[in-house]
Design a protein around this ligand. Structure first.
Ligand code: UDP
Length: 338
């Protein structure tokens, strides 16, 4: 599905990039029907790239890409990334497939680990055969419950290897180690963006897939209580989707970022309570705030140090928190409160 907000945002992303870097390139996007993956599909097809989207729809949604399926530059393959095989050669592989929502990945810990481990291994081999650039959607979760905030890439992380979040955290840590090994042993061009909380149109809001941002907005739009976990003093930094996607695409083509892990996210840290209150204010809803138990191992603070991104790319996320939030709320409110 594509609407005016998404259309404008795609154009915004394209205006930050050079068409020539992507036009006519052969691109594989795993998790292409997901939140960030579907934006990559849109921008790359818009630039005239030939895009193959692989998705098993375990967390992705057909409605994110259905408008592309008739485009001759776009090919959809329904497959688990662990099983996907292709004789095609690619210029770029974006390995975006994964389970990113804490409630959902904790329900499917084995699949979550498999996508990051076997799926990444499969993509690394495919990239090696193609001599493709391979970008892995890594995560701020590799830092776990970080003690240094804003967190630089040099921080090794504080992760509970057998905790409820370990399937996601350790899976991505393995995937990072694997890509670095391919870079060292085979000289493969790998890019490892550590993506921090992102939001915007197409962020899932339903059931186990919902995130704090999308749930709070839907609760506010329905005038239902906003469910804050713990005391709400834990922090996150929310990056608007246009900045996240621009950052990923700049990294893909950067020679300086070969083999590097780079934080991609907003450096504006807010508490979850502030997020809830801001959404309440912006939607002018009558929702109350209800406080529920904080999930085990929920990181207390999360905010990236974006110096490396800025130094390597000469670019950093631009959309201020309130501006992005307003846009996400507008998009969700135009969808209706289901
Ligand atoms: N959270 C919350 N209420 C919800 C969902 C999440 O207060 O209904 C909290 C969650 O415990 C975490 C933060 O909001 O501290 C961000 O949650 P998100 O769903 O974005 O996942 P995370 O950033 O932890 O991966």
């Amino acid at each position: 599905m594509i609407d005016n907000i998404i259309r404008e945002d795609i154009e915004k992303i394209k205006s930050e990039l050079k068409e020539d870097d992507f036009a006519e390139k052969k691109v594989l996007i795993t998790g292409g029907a997901g939140f960030i993956g579907s934006w990559l599909c849109d921008v790359l097809v818009g630039f005239g790239a030939e895009v193959m989207c692989v998705d098993d729809f375990s967390t992705g949604r057909m409605k994110n890409i259905d408008h592309l399926t008739k485009n001759p530059k776009f090919k959809l393959i329904k497959s688990d990334v662990c099983a996907f095989q292709s004789r095609d050669k690619f210029d770029f592989i974006f390995h975006m497939a994964g389970h990113a929502s804490p409630d959902e990945y904790q329900k499917h810990p084995i699949e979550t680990l498999q996508t990051s481990s076997f799926g990444s291994a499969n993509m690394a081999e495919l990239a090696r055969k193609s001599d493709a650039t391979l970008l892995l959607a890594s995560t701020s979760e590799v830092y776990g419950d970080a003690k240094i905030v804003p967190t630089p890439e040099g921080y090794w992380g504080r992760v509970n290897p057998i905790g409820p979040r370990s399937c996601y955290d350790e899976g991505k840590r393995f995937a990072e180690a694997l890509l670095v090994a391919y870079h060292k042993q085979y000289g493969l061009d790998v890019k490892i963006p550590r993506i921090f909380n992102s939001h915007g149109p197409r962020l899932r809001e339903d059931g186990l897939y919902g995130r704090a941002m999308s749930r709070f907005i839907m609760q506010a739009l329905a005038n239902k209580p906003i469910t804050v976990y713990g005391d709400g003093k834990q922090t996150r930094s929310f990056c608007y989707i246009t900045d996240t996607v621009t950052g990923l695409m700049l990294l893909t083509i950067s020679d300086d970022a070969k083999g590097e892990a780079v934080n991609v996210g907003s450096a504006q840290e807010v508490t979850i309570l502030e997020l809830a209150k801001k959404i309440k204010e912006m939607t002018q809803c009558s929702s109350s705030l209800t406080f529920q138990p904080l999930p085990q191992d929920d990181p207390r603070r999360r905010c990236p140090d974006t110096d490396k991104l800025e130094k390597l790319m000469g670019w950093k996320p631009k959309i201020p928190f309130e501006e992005g939030l307003k846009r996400t709320i507008t998009w969700f409110s135009s969808k209706g409160t289901t």
